[in-house]
Each structure stands twice: as C-alpha cells, then as structure tokens.
Design a binder for this molecule. Structure first.
Ligand code: DC
Length: 229
C-alpha cells in the first residue's frame, strides 16, 4: 500500500488551525497533533516552577519531564509527568507568556524532535507555526491559514472560560497581535508561509467550508503524488 500523507497546517493564532485540523483529521481517520499545546505545556511548567525568567532552569526542567499528547474522539489530552494539564494550558497567564518561551532554541529543538517522531509514520495532520518550514519541510500538503485580526479576536473571545475572569475583546486583540509579532520575528523558525504552501484566508468562510477546501486539496495531492488517503 502506498504511504499515507503528512499534512502541515500553519498560521496565526485564532486563524482556525485547531478546529480545521481536527475536523480534517477526523474526516481522513488521521492522527491530529496540536504542537501549540506542547509549547503551552512547557510554559505552564515554567510558571508552575516559578522559573519563567531562568532559561537554563526551563531547559533543564523540560529535559527531566515527560510530555505527551493523547488524541481520542476529537479531544487532545495533554500530560506533563503523567498529570493531565489540558485545562491549565489555556489560561490567560499561559497565553501571555507562551511566545516568549517559544523563542528558546533548546526548547524548540527538543519539541521539534518529538513532533518529527510523532508524525514519522504519516497519516497525520499537524498544526502549528513551523510545521511546513521546519518540522516537516517535505510534508505532502502545506496549508497556511490567515484571517483578519478582528475575526481572530472574536473567535478567541468565544473560547474564554468563566475562570479566566473578565477579558475584553481588546485584551485578546492585543495578546494576539503581540504573539503574532514575537512568533513572526523570532530568530529560530519564525512563523511564515512556506513557499510551497497554499494560503487560505478564513475571515469570511465557515469552518465547514475551510475543511472542504482543504479536503479537496488533500484528494488532489494524493492523486497527483500517488499517495493513499
Ligand atoms: O497554536 P497556539 O496558539 O496554541 O500556540 C501557542 C504558542 O506556541 C504560539 O503563540 C507560538 C508557539 N508555537 C510555536 O512557536 N511553534 C509551533 N509549532 C506551535 C506553537
């Protein structure tokens, strides 16, 4: 049987990567990997140990911890040293600090290696910021999702939980813009569209439409490259 595909989805925070990637993976019966959850888990670890400003201590802590993602029935569960931290990694505090943690070279090296192992067998939809450029530069299909800042902020506001306190649309907008800026300008693997990626602006299309557009691309690519779905 021919090899199954590696599908890379990159893009800005709130552009719809997670929802789209998850639904696409479900449709294809592929594994879904949320790499942002891994950078978030490291940020949570640094916050929990109160070592946010101590790069060497963060690197050391990550090396001495086990981080794993479990994906079942459309839900990713994140484990840090066998403890379920899924809810903890979406806090406002993690949101504010995750981009600063993501610039650390040693952390990226460690997480990229893990991501490459997780996707090595194909039949995977992996989403993040550097999947098509660094993690799987030979991915079979590369998608880059964008959306206007207004749309992205509105989408994130709808995901805010009561436990996050009073967060305004402006707070979210500022956080997204700050993260975009750090993610796009960092020295190592900055967020950018790979030259051979297809860009899709999701500002005025529905999730179902996004998934359909990408699914058609998957079928086209599989036929062209002789890969199986
Ligand atoms: O997708 P997300 O919003 O959960 O990602 C959180 C942060 O993690 C994002 O602002 C930058 C970082 N990240 C990264 O640097 N590389 C990735 N492949 C995925 C996420």
């Amino acid at each position: 049987m021919s090899k199954k595909m590696i599908i890379a989805i990159d893009g800005y925070a709130g552009a719809g990567k997670s929802t789209t990637a998850k639904l696409l993976a479900q449709k294809l019966g592929y594994l879904y990997i949320d790499t942002g959850a891994m950078y978030r888990a490291v940020t949570y670890l640094a916050l929990q140990k109160n070592i946010l400003q101590h790069k060497t201590a963060i690197i050391e802590s990550v090396k001495n911890s086990t981080l794993s993602l479990q994906y079942a029935n459309g839900v990713t569960t994140v484990f840090l040293n066998d403890i379920d931290i899924t809810d903890k990694i979406r806090s406002a505090e993690v949101n504010s600090n995750v981009s600063d943690i993501s610039v650390i070279e040693e952390i990226r090296t460690e997480l990229v290696k893990k991501q490459q192992e997780m996707g090595a067998n194909g039949a995977v939809v992996m989403e993040g910021r550097d999947i098509a450029t660094t993690v799987f530069p030979n991915a079979d299909l590369k998608i880059f999702l964008t959306a206007s800042i207004e749309q992205r902020a509105i989408r994130r506001l709808n995901e805010v939980r009561p436990s996050d306190g009073k967060i305004t649309l402006n707070d979210i907008r500022d956080n997204l813009l700050k993260r975009d800026d750090i993610d796009s300008h960092r020295e190592i693997s900055p967020l950018r569209k790979a030259d051979d990626a297809t860009e899709i602006d999701t500002s005025s299309i529905t999730i179902d439409e996004q998934v359909e557009i990408i699914y058609n691309k998957v079928k086209e690519t599989a036929a062209k490259k002789g890969l199986s779905l």
